[in-house]
Design a protein around this ligand. Structure first.
Ligand SMILES: Cc1ncc(COP(=O)(O)O)c(C=O)c1O
Length: 502
């Protein structure tokens, strides 16, 4: 056994906190630091290669003379073609939610017409605010605005660059409205990491509350976690890891009783659940029809089927939204206002999102949702039938599975060898597939289940921890006792993916 293995074995036996400080301290001892450096390098070397396998020039600096546009187009086309089959043939979890060639061509045409537009210059491009205000209104209408209006509440919002920005903006609004030192947010452990980002950016104390055995938020535990400094409580519809819907009615009532804000993160479900409900699926209320829901996020660039780069954040009332805005009255650059994080914004993406919503219409979303949910239930049932696998919780179309018999990361690696790009999860170790319209194409669900069955069998035969793909990183993250060391490794990984590969 190598010295590194011996040290790791010893560390693994220690309580995590002691192990963590030991590793922190060890970094200051040159010999031990070298040992960790070697370990980091080995792990990074086994991380997936992130450069395309296409023969195109690599630029570390600007070309002295600009290149011919036709040649550039040829390079970009070949890069796109090399990646196309992976997502287009349904090998990716989530990622591309519609992917139909005609739909994409239509969005591209709309984008091309508006590619220079920037709503920051309202006088030059008034169409930008037309698109944005109507996207907000259509999304709000889908998520209970008409019921809220009956009690006198107006649902307003903005378009952002994606789910993360929508969440960050909402958390800023709650922080600024409260105006207290170290505000607190209470979120279920399954909530998206964007809430952690917001907490880090805006000086929140964040309490992550363990979820129940069904992977849904534990209402009583969430209630116990609230303090006088709690300014917002969060639930997901559904959550990213396990695709299950939190008990939003109970959570939002609890927040309302204490005059605290409640955010439903419907980044994944905002454009699916309203239609699922109409189709007769058992969907608990999750939107502005609940009086306690004070803000929501819903991603147009996921199941809204828009191009990448847009999401909607919604608020109950203009007052809360106002805390999202930024205005500057004394800047020498002039009177300045900005509704979201970005200054200049891509008007072309607003146009494409608007066009996606209007071209889909209610009937289009109903039809898309029906086929996604049918495929979801076929895949869920199929996974449950595979010996050695179990589905986590009771999801509709984002389906997480784990195993008590084989290393699930090894299964993920075997699936990757067959072309599948699935999402690795941890706490507990699991993998998920977010079903999109790509998986509803003929034969895709069957191919997934066949490949999964074979991958589980292979993982059972090999009996060892996976050594390929992203699996070793997940395996390491699940068992390595020091979170600081895992964080260091991940930061180094980001450094690595920015390196020019010549
Ligand atoms: C539930 C949920 N919230 C937020 C996000 C963040 O969205 P984005 O990746 O667009 O920033 C995601 C992304 O998958 C999500 O599933």
């Amino acid at each position: 056994m190598s010295a590194t293995d011996r040290a790791k074995k010893l560390i693994d036996r220690l309580p995590p906190r002691l192990a963590s400080s030991l590793i922190g301290g060890a970094q200051r001892v040159p010999k031990l630091r070298d040992m960790f450096e070697a370990e980091f390098e080995t792990l990074l070397d086994s991380a997936p290669v992130v450069r395309p396998d296409v023969d195109v020039p690599v630029y570390e600096r600007l070309p002295e003379v600009g290149r011919d546009q036709a040649n550039i187009l040829d390079d970009v086309r070949r890069l796109a073609e090399a990646e196309h089959g992976d997502w287009s043939d349904g090998y990716a979890s989530g990622a591309v939610y519609n992917g139909d060639e005609d739909h994409i061509a239509f969005l591209n045409e709309v984008y091309a017409l508006q590619s220079q537009s920037n709503p920051l210059h309202l006088d030059v491009w008034p169409s930008g605010m037309k698109f944005e205000s109507e996207i907000v209104s259509m999304t709000a209408g889908m998520l209970g605005a008409r019921v809220a209006a009956q009690s006198g509440d107006e649902i307003v919002g903005t378009v952002t660059s994606g789910g993360t920005e929508s969440i960050i903006m909402a958390m800023k609004a709650y922080r600024d409205r409260a105006g207290i030192k170290r505000p607190q947010m209470v979120i279920p452990d399954s909530a998206h990491v964007a809430f952690d980002k917001a907490a880090a950016y805006f000086g929140y104390d964040q309490v992550r509350v363990p979820v129940g055995d069904d992977y849904r938020a534990d209402v009583r535990a969430m209630a116990r976690a609230m303090t006088r400094r709690t300014v917002v409580v969060v639930g997901s519809a559904p959550g990213f890891p396990h695709g299950v819907i939190d008990p939003i009615p109970e959570l939002s009532d609890m927040a309302r009783e204490r005059s605290v804000g409640f955010h439903t993160d419907a980044c994944l479900g905002g454009f699916v659940l309203p239609w699922a409900e109409r189709l007769g699926y058992d969907v608990p209320p999750f939107d502005f029809r609940l009086p306690g829901v004070t803000s929501m996020s819903a991603d147009t660039h996921k199941y809204g089927y828009a191009a990448k780069g847009t999401s909607v954040v919604l608020y109950r009332g203009r007052d809360l939204r106002r805390h999202q805005f930024y205005v500057a009255t004394e800047w020498p650059g002039g009177l300045y206002y900005s509704p979201t994080l970005a200054g200049s914004r891509p008007g072309g993406l607003l146009a494409a999102a608007w066009a996606a919503l209007v071209s889909m219409g209610e009937d289009g979303y109903l039809e898309a949702t029906a086929s996604i949910l049918e495929t979801g239930s076929q895949i869920k049932a199929g996974i449950a039938e595979i010996d050695g696998l179990r589905v986590l919780g009771d999801p509709l179309w984002v389906i997480a599975f784990a195993s008590d018999e084989v290393d699930i990361y090894e299964v993920m690696a075997r699936m990757a060898e067959r072309g599948w790009s699935l999402n690795g999860l941890h706490h507990p170790p699991a993998v998920h597939l977010a079903v999109t319209l790509r998986h509803t194409l003929p034969g895709v669900a069957d191919r997934f289940l066949d490949d999964l069955e074979d991958s589980v069998a292979e993982a059972g035969e090999s009996g060892g921890a996976a050594t390929t793909g992203a699996a070793p990183m997940y395996g390491m993250a699940a068992t390595f006792p020091s979170r600081a060391a895992v964080g260091e490794l991940m930061a180094r990984y980001i450094d690595r993916i920015y390196e020019i590969d010549d």
